[in-house]
Write a protein that binds this ligand. Structure first.
Ligand code: BGC
Length: 311
């Protein structure tokens, strides 16, 4: 089993749903529990879980700043990635975080999953075992973690984090975050409100499901160099700009760490920024979504990142 602990303390963290957590998610107020060695004792914390096609990650998040206050603990996504196998991995990860001294049980806990997330269910499963469609995801995670858990689409989570703490802060109008990794995820915001579950990675592109051609995993599977991949991705991006006329596009996900290799080949029709919270966006956003469902509102954040390309 791959396990990897990243000491993410002191580093900027990196993903709302206005998706009603509604009737079933029993919202908690942000916990202020922590250990004596917490960098900011007494601040509101939440637990964010990010289940991807490749890795399962979690950490404790300071909701005021969107930074991670525990190590980011990661395991490889189990194969097959069935609900119980994934939930067991999540429980082990939370166990490790607890062992390092963080008392998480009272903290709002959110989990980003790679599919359409509605009312605690996962309604699609392109990059995770299809048996997720047969069970209520929220119930499985709550059983394994022994606490209320909010379920949100992973890209929506990443987008929330970028809007609140990262590249999208202060940006009005139409903002679209794309996460490029195992699949392509999307999060669409209109004047700061999330339109959940947009699934733009599945737009048709060259008569195919776009993510099967231009996701990060597709680049590797097709053995494409960055330049060739970037030119194909640019064509996809062009469709997205034409359909939605976004005021800002934010690129995130695994490939946002590699922008030096491909940004120069993109010809966006409008403002484009690279995600600021990188690998932690999904974790931070999931924690934030859970806290917001309980009524928490983070303070308005200041700085946003630079526009790196403009059409
Ligand atoms: C899924 C999306 C998800 C994206 C990134 C896609 O295959 O359909 O729901 O956000 O992958 O994980």
């Amino acid at each position: 089993m791959e396990e990897d602990i990243d000491d993410a303390r002191e580093r900027p963290g990196m993903d709302e749903t206005v998706q009603s957590a509604g009737d079933t998610y029993r919202a908690e107020s942000p916990g202020v529990a922590g250990t004596s060695d917490e960098p900011h004792p007494g601040r509101p914390f939440g637990v964010g879980i990010d289940v991807g096609g490749t890795g399962v990650k979690a950490a404790v998040v300071d909701l005021e700043t969107g930074t991670l206050v525990s190590a980011r603990v990661r395991e490889k996504t189990p194969s097959p990635s069935t609900p119980d196998a994934v939930a067991q991995a999540v429980a082990r990860i939370i166990g490790r975080i607890e062992e390092s001294g963080h008392r998480t049980a009272q903290m709002p806990t959110g989990a980003g999953l790679p599919g359409v997330a509605k009312d605690g269910w996962l309604k699609t499963a392109a990059n995770i075992d299809r048996s997720w469609l047969d069970v209520r995801a929220q119930d499985v995670l709550e059983r394994h973690l022994q606490r209320p858990v909010l379920i949100i689409n992973d890209a929506d989570a990443a987008g929330l984090a970028e809007m609140r703490y990262g590249a999208g802060t202060g940006q009005h109008g139409v903002v679209l975050m794309l996460t490029i990794g195992t699949g392509i995820g999307s999060a669409l915001f209109v004047d700061d409100r999330l339109v959940p579950n947009t699934e733009l990675g599945h737009l048709e592109y060259h008569r195919r499901d776009a993510e099967t051609l231009v996701s990060g995993a597709a680049r590797e599977r097709r053995k494409l160099g960055w330049k060739v991949w970037a030119k194909e991705f640019d064509g996809y991006l062009d469709h997205v700009y034409r359909y939605f006329s976004p005021d800002l596009v934010i690129l995130g996900g695994g490939v946002s760490k590699e922008t030096g290799r491909y940004l120069q080949y993109l010809t966006p029709r409008g403002p484009l920024k690279v995600a600021r919270l990188l690998n932690s966006a999904g974790i931070v956003g999931a924690a934030l979504a859970a806290a917001e469902a309980g009524g928490y509102r983070p303070p308005v954040s200041a700085g946003a990142s630079e526009i790196v390309a403009e059409g």
